[in-house]
Write a protein that binds this ligand. Structure first.
Ligand code: C5P
Length: 220
């Protein structure tokens, strides 16, 4: 039968990852963190000595097509090595944004993303889940929050991990990444036409989860 897919798209640090993980746990569904695939691709390219630019598009796409990536709980393994911390850095995010603007890389990752859609269902987190990867999904949520809120949340996260950070620098970085994601030619960050918008600037994570679960019930 068809696998139900719930898409959660939105900009950097909007809280997509947390929301998607909670939704998957509540529904007992699989989880696709598509951003991690772009992050791992960028890391694999750098490890192979490739600069992340259009000149290496074909070579990077080739790496992406046979990406030896595995997810174990919240850990991400590349070639069996735990690269979770390496890919989650701000630099890792910026590098991911660069590889993700290369059309051949996006195409190379399509089949892998589709393979996550298995029964009983999937929660897919990214930028183009609803627009490109799972366009027939019954529910597409586009999650937003103000840039100020997002920078503040990211700042708290980093500080709690003992990583020093400045809010103004984080905000400039996330706005630069969003601008690249929104303005690229292929699969730009934008809500699907039938997406439901959720601004969580002043919502708790629990309230966001409950809102999306209510929408999901409506679709059944
Ligand atoms: O969501 P996350 O911050 O991990 O994504 C890292 C980068 O990967 C994003 O800034 C974006 O450029 C890219 N990305 C993408 N399409 C997705 C998921 C992530 O282009 N579906």
């Amino acid at each position: 039968g068809t696998v139900p897919v719930l898409c959660v798209d939105g900009p950097t640090a909007s809280g997509k990852g947390t929301l998607a993980a909670r939704l998957a746990a509540r529904l007992g569904y699989h989880l696709l963190d598509s951003g991690a695939l772009y992050r791992v691709t960028a890391l694999a390219a750098l490890q192979a000595g490739l600069n992340i630019d259009a000149a290496n598009e074909t070579a990077i796409a080739e790496l992406a097509r046979r990406l030896p990536v595995r997810f174990e709980g919240d850990r991400v393994l590349l070639n069996g090595q735990d690269v979770s911390d390496a890919i989650r850095s701000e630099e890792g995010g910026m590098n991911a944004s660069k590889v993700s603007a290369l059309p051949a890389v996006r195409i190379a990752l399509v089949a892998l993303q589709h393979s996550f859609a298995r029964l009983p269902g999937l929660v897919a987190d990214g930028r183009d889940m609803g627009t490109v990867i799972f366009p027939a999904a019954p529910l597409k949520v586009f999650l937003t929050a103000s840039a100020a809120q997002r920078a503040e949340r990211r700042h708290k996260q980093l500080i709690s991990k003992g990583i020093p950070a400045r809010i103004d620098v984080l905000r400039a970085d996330l706005e630069a990444r969003d601008a690249r994601d929104m303005n690229r030619a292929v699969a730009p960050l934008k809500p699907a036409e039938d997406a439901l918008l959720l601004d969580n600037s002043s919502l708790s994570i629990e309230a966001s989860v409950d809102q999306v679960l209510a929408w999901w019930q409506d679709k059944q």
